[in-house]
Design a protein around this ligand. Structure first.
Ligand SMILES: NC(=O)c1ccc[n+]([C@@H]2O[C@H](COP(=O)([O-])OP(=O)(O)OC[C@H]3O[C@@H](n4cnc5c(N)ncnc54)[C@H](OP(=O)(O)O)[C@@H]3O)[C@@H](O)[C@H]2O)c1
Length: 240
């Protein structure tokens, strides 16, 4: 594969999940050095075995306030720089009003919103100070089609989209890029969580394989030549 990301460094949260792991494999093959985060040391080690390039794994929960700084410091310590933050960790809690456990919903909000916001601000402050960098947040295409029983999950993704759009505007005169990927249904573990709730999955048409999504996401980081000079004001909000 063409080593598009040679000498670049990317951080991936939720790296042991379907989308995060596929993107880790794609970026590693493209020449990126990686800092990977997820709660499970075991799963991170298994993923590291599959990667061809340099990689550091930091196990830990994104609910920990210090985690974003730990990940950034690790990239600087091991690789001397950080170019990309893929803000991808996420949980899904779905169910009817009668069945939802509010503590589980609040835990989802802490990971999907607070964790994502802390990552976004920590990395954007670093990118703004160094004058370049790319933050990629993860939303959900179906936030445009909210349905009963997944309102709280959709609300967390609306929050990420609103933040992404505002940050993109705020940084539009700089070389710091903010993107928000909005996948449709992707074949990952999160779909199992959905099934457990006995809520009918949203019929979104095609279901993507994580590897196919990862290839599309690489083009957000490394746009094909004719688009490479487009200002991110036009290219910033990506729906894949
Ligand atoms: N799959 C879809 O159809 C779809 C569609 C649109 C958007 N998305 C979004 O894409 C992102 C990735 O989802 P996925 O489909 O790849 O789901 P997944 O396979 O369930 O992966 C989720 C990842 O987040 C990690 N994670 C969970 N709680 C965490 C915490 N407290 N701190 C740090 N990491 C935590 C998981 O770790 P463990 O492996 O240890 O659980 C896993 O690595 C999510 O934000 C999701 O909302 C998914």
């Amino acid at each position: 594969m063409h080593q598009a990301g040679l000498n670049k460094v990317a951080i991936i949260t939720g790296a042991t999940g379907g989308i995060g792991a596929a993107f880790a494999r794609t970026l590693s093959s493209a020449g990126y050095a990686l800092v990977l985060n997820a709660p499970s040391t075991e799963k991170l080690c298994a993923l590291r075995e599959q990667l061809s390039g340099p990689c550091v794994a930091i196990a830990g929960n994104l609910r920990a306030e210090s985690m974003p700084r730990t990940l950034l410091d690790s990239a600087i310590e091991h690789f001397g720089r950080c170019d990309v933050c893929f803000n991808n960790s996420g949980l899904l809690e779905a169910g009817s009003i009668e069945s939802l456990d509010i503590e589980r919903v609040c835990n989802m909000v802490r990971v999907n919103v607070e964790g994502a916001f802390r990552m976004a601000y920590t990395f954007l402050q670093h990118f703004a100070a160094q004058g370049r960098g790319h933050l990629v947040n993860t939303s959900f295409a179906l936030t445009q089609r909210v349905q009963p029983a997944v309102g709280a999950y959709a609300a967390t993704k609306y929050a990420v989209e609103a933040l992404s759009e505002a940050l993109r505007m705020e940084l539009s005169q700089t070389e710091v890029l903010v993107s928000c990927v909005e996948p449709g249904m992707v074949r990952t573990g999160i779909r199992g969580q959905w099934r457990e709730t006995h809520v009918e999955p949203i019929d979104s048409g095609e279901t993507f394989e994580p590897a196919a999504l990862a290839r599309m996401m690489l083009s957000v980081l490394e746009p094909p030549k004719p688009f490479a000079s487009m200002r991110h004001a036009e290219a910033g909000l990506a729906q894949v």
